[in-house]
Design a protein around this ligand. Structure first.
Ligand SMILES: *Cc1c(COP(=O)(O)O)cnc(C)c1O
Length: 360
């Protein structure tokens, strides 16, 4: 059992059932089986079908496994773009996606707003002919989210572009309308509370067609993790390479646990816990919400300015066996980042809030 409750935004604390699933995995020799065996195929199929159910994914979407979300930034750029991308940048992760496009020699353009600010998706203007628009649903560095229902405006105004959404630190919380986006990426050490080292890539048939068209034009779409390669293996519940079998097994198990709890229950509890956290920092004399526009305030990563060093806050919290994250990069000493992922309960968040409210 874990010694502490981690409210850090990634990696975060383990989802409470993970230790028992790891024990079972050892009993069942999950780490020793061949990734070409029937036993592996059953694990793969369970992980895919549970994630599919959690996301409410329609039949024209596929789920593929990679090493990380960072890898998927590369893969989307290689498979879906010949030349042009457009990025909404409002923090370190969205910026890194943009820089990745530049490193891969794409004609990448960005609309950037100051740290802590968000985007009104109704009014975003994208250059004509852009092949892929990259959105970061939840900026883990600044605690700013996009309004999920407003992604439709990006679609309406750019019907031919691929819409890619980085949802690393928000899945499974947001309820996406899958007709409004084409590809989504995440990794498992945030919202799923799993050990790091597994990326999950959701892609539509439109993406598959786009990558095949690029390949037929003689363009490079990468090697083992290009979309046609991933698809051909996924059809038989396998992966091109030897995958993170334990990670995929744990994703299947925690996915099942989350489905039993109910994704709508998880969403409601996330809202309840976010309200508790924001109310606590609004009332505090030491902390205040960093994101000023409540409409853009993240429900899954709450960022607060702090007058006390995060290390001092964590010293107090350690007395109740809890830990929060410090600010990102240059905000390391002046901000807290508090993860509000499904692995923590309303009671635990109430206890954290109680402790934070006593700090003055
Ligand atoms: C953590 C994070 C990533 C990178 O995830 P890895 O699993 O480290 O590759 C990408 N985007 C966002 C928004 C993140 O929070």
């Amino acid at each position: 059992m874990s010694n502490k409750i981690y409210f850090t935004p990634g990696p975060t604390g383990l989802y409470p059932t993970v230790p028992q699933h790891i024990h079972k995995a050892l009993e069942d020799d999950v780490c020793a089986i061949s990734h070409r065996s029937k036993k592996y195929e059953a694990i793969h199929e369970a992980a895919v079908s549970n994630v599919r159910a959690l996301l409410g994914l329609p039949a024209n979407f596929h789920i593929f496994f990679t090493g990380s979300a960072t890898e998927i930034w590369d893969r989307t750029l290689e498979n879906l773009v010949e030349e042009s991308t457009f990025h909404l940048v409002n923090g370190s992760f969205s910026k890194r996606y943009f820089e990745t496009a530049l490193e891969l020699k794409k004609n990448a353009k960005a609309l950037e707003v100051p740290f802590g600010e968000g985007f009104d998706l109704k009014t975003v203007e994208v250059p004509a002919g852009t092949e892929m628009i990259c959105l970061t649903h939840n900026e883990t560095s600044s605690g700013v989210s996009l309004v999920v229902d407003d992604i439709k405006y990006i679609r309406q105004n750019n019907p031919n572009a691929i819409i890619a959404v980085d949802s690393v630190s928000s899945v499974p919380y947001p309820k996406y309308d899958w007709s409004q986006l084409d590809t989504l990426l995440f990794s498992v050490q945030k919202g799923f509370g799993l050990p790091a080292g597994l990326g999950v890539w959701v892609v539509s048939d439109k993406c598959i067609d786009r990558s095949i068209a690029l390949q037929q034009k003689g363009k490079s779409i990468g090697s083992y993790h290009n979309l046609p390669s991933l698809l051909s293996k996924a059809k038989v519940n396998q992966t091109p390479e030897t995958p993170n079998v334990l990670g995929i097994y744990l994703l299947a198990k925690v996915g099942e646990d989350m489905l039993k709890r109910g994704v709508d229950t998880i969403r409601k509890e996330t809202d309840t816990k976010a309200d508790i956290l924001y109310n606590t920092i609004i009332k505090s004399s030491v902390f205040e919400p960093f994101v000023k526009n409540y409409e853009y305030s993240s429900k899954t990563v709450v960022v607060a300015n702090t007058k006390i060093l995060p290390s001092e806050v964590n010293k107090v919290l350690s007395e109740v066996g809890m830990q929060v994250g410090s600010g990102y990069a240059k905000y390391k000493d002046t901000q807290l980042r508090i993860a509000n992922f499904p692995g923590t309960s309303v009671e635990q968040v109430e206890k954290l809030a109680d402790c934070l409210s006593k700090i003055c």
